[in-house]
Ligand binder design. Structure first.
Ligand code: R5P
Length: 306
């Protein structure tokens, strides 16, 4: 039975304290709805608004990519070190334990292979299925200047609209065909178009010159892809420069899972992104973790994630 007589004496409404709710710090995201912000705060650390996303979605157009032949074996041990996992729904359902407490950025466009024109994509996931797998964000490729530019922009717009209906943010991925230069002028154009059309964050490439302007000209967070496998120190330098020049982190794949010691490498990347560690010191960390045996062990039944 509620103690009706006691209510006024015991309750404290802190009458002298104005109600507050702090602004959402992630770039360009303060006007979003609560669910969007909540999901974005799972992908981007609320402490520094940065992220280390692990991209393992390559199979959607290039099949069993080196390092991803067995996602259950090679990727599961890395998940604890990632802030988010970018993956297809097929790989997610078949290889990733649902107990992982990490947000999923769901690859949501596809429809081509490396044997054909890469920009010829369509939406490849229903929004209901994205909800079903508890996606924290949707990823869609956009080919500015590509053969199917118009259709890929249409895919982005449809995904953004569907995501908005359900409170799920969209990450636009700027796909670059072989014929297009990855320079600041192009990347500035592509990333800005994606943001203007409603992408909540954008994945793009780092460029040596003018990246700071690309990041400044994009009103939502940018994350960079790693691209082809580089020597570890070079990949760490690229990540360092990108975050120093305004990126909100990385969505890195091959430069992590194609390393000799992927577990050591993802920790070194984290040091750069979240601790502003220099590439040289992060590389030392990589070497010491690698020589201590961190990184090459695979996922067995006993080491399955919980
Ligand atoms: C783009 O096509 C996909 O999202 C890739 O799987 C992803 O960008 C690759 O990441 P990385 O270039 O770091 O291997």
């Amino acid at each position: 039975m509620p103690d009706a007589d006691d209510i006024l004496e015991r309750k404290n409404f802190y009458l002298e304290v104005p109600q507050t709710c702090k602004a959402f710090a992630l770039k360009g995201s303060n006007a979003l709805d609560w669910g969007m912000k909540n999901r974005l705060a799972r992908v981007f650390s609320p402490d520094d608004c940065r992220t280390v996303m692990l991209a393992v979605d390559h199979g959607y157009f290039q099949g069993p990519t080196t390092g991803l032949e067995r996602i259950d074996v090679t990727i599961c041990p890395l998940i604890p070190y990632a802030d988010a996992l970018m993956i297809t729904r097929g790989a997610l359902r078949s290889t990733i334990p649902p107990e992982i407490a990490k947000p999923v950025v769901l690859r949501s466009s596809g429809g081509q292979s490396i044997l054909k024109e890469l920009s010829n994509e369509r939406i490849a996931v229903d929004i209901e299925d994205a909800v079903r797998v508890n996606a924290s964000a949707l990823a869609v490729q956009v080919y500015i200047g590509g053969v199917h530019e118009h259709e890929s922009i249409g895919n982005l717009v449809e995904i953004v609209n569907a995501g908005n209906r359900h409170g799920i943010p969209t990450m636009a991925v700027t796909g670059v065909g072989k014929e297009l230069a990855r320079d600041a002028k192009y990347l500035g154009l592509a990333t800005r178009i994606c943001a203007e059309l409603g992408a909540n964050f954008v994945k793009t490439y780092y460029c040596e010159r003018g990246f700071a302007a690309v990041a400044a000209g994009c009103p939502v967070p940018l994350v960079i892809a790693g691209g082809k496998k580089l020597p570890e120190i070079d990949a760490l330098r690229m990540a360092y420069r990108a975050v120093s020049e305004g990126a909100a982190g990385v969505d890195m794949g091959r430069n992590i899972f194609q390393c000799d010691a992927p577990k050591a490498m993802i920790q070194a990347v984290r040091a750069v992104v979240h601790e502003n560690e220099t590439p040289e010191r992060a590389y030392d960390l990589y070497l010491s973790l690698k020589s201590a045996g961190e990184g090459s062990e695979l996922c067995t039944a006993k080491t399955q994630l919980r």
